[in-house]
Design a protein around this ligand. Sequence first.
Ligand code: HEM
Length: 310
Amino acid sequence: MTVACAFGLAAALSVVVLGDESGYLTTEHQKMKLAAIESMWETEPAPASFTLFGIPDTKDRETHYAVHIPWVMGLIGTRSLDTPIEGINELVKSGKARIENGILAYEALGNIRQAMGTGTPDTADQATFEQYGNDLGYAYLLKRFVDDPSQATPAQIDQAANSLIPPVGTLFWSFRIMVGCGFLFIAVMATFFYLSTRRRLDSHRWLLHVAVWIIPLPWIAAEAGWIVAELGRQPWIIEGILPTALAVSSLGAGTLFLTITGFVALYTVLFIIEMGLMLAAIRKGPQPDNGPEMPVLGFRRVQGTMTPAE
Ligand code: HEM
């Protein structure tokens, strides 16, 4: 138990360190994901606080009953005291500007493509593309609302800018479930490690029940983490470059249904076989040790028990 808890404690601690690193990278590359995880609608003065609890309201764009811990988010997210973390509304605003720039790049690219067929592209188009090419992906966000992004109306540009907000409530709670589990694992492992090194686990039998009941939690935490990672980067499949809507597979619903049914059937059969084998082995129980009789310090093994050698 002591060895297991030592590993468990080290693993639980390292998850927090890795999680912190993921959070830091998210601040750098996926600002909207971080703001949504925090349900942070407005940019806060640095260092931003961490919202321990709150009820995100996506309609009115605010977080009700928010309980903040000062400085924590700024420190985790930026590792500094003076770098602000941008809020969702601010990011939508800058996203809208990038969509408008993206439209210019999209038009310029269209002209360049056309000119490539007939002669040399216009240098003005090339210069425009050089200047705004990095925002081309933002113009593709409009494809969900209009066939030709260069024909987008101001309302469609607003729609595309607002589509930059991922599902805030789901992200907010998934993140807290994951992190809550992470800190619970540290507490449980540290308690077990302490008690087992002092040989006092037997007097806390209820803790052994706790250990069994929390077996599903690492799985739940991993699923919650996966939801944070994948939902948080919507509407992008490659942040700022390729929207998910343009990257969906061309497979039909029927094919997907068939594949998933096949996987479920295969793994269900494997699960039943494995459970059957394990239960059979458990029912058989431990076997007496009938290994070779090796004299150890004047003792030898007779029918599983150590007997003084003659
Ligand atoms: C306790 C503190 C924790 C923190 C601060 C944390 C932080 C994070 C962050 C910021 C992400 C998003 C990364 C991204 O989108 O690129 C993430 C993803 C994830 N987390 Fe956690 N996490 C913690 C605990 C846990 C625990 C206990 C588990 C599971 C036992 C877990 C499993 C995951 C998984 C599976 C992902 C998805 C990774 C991926 O698909 O790229 N996390 N975590």
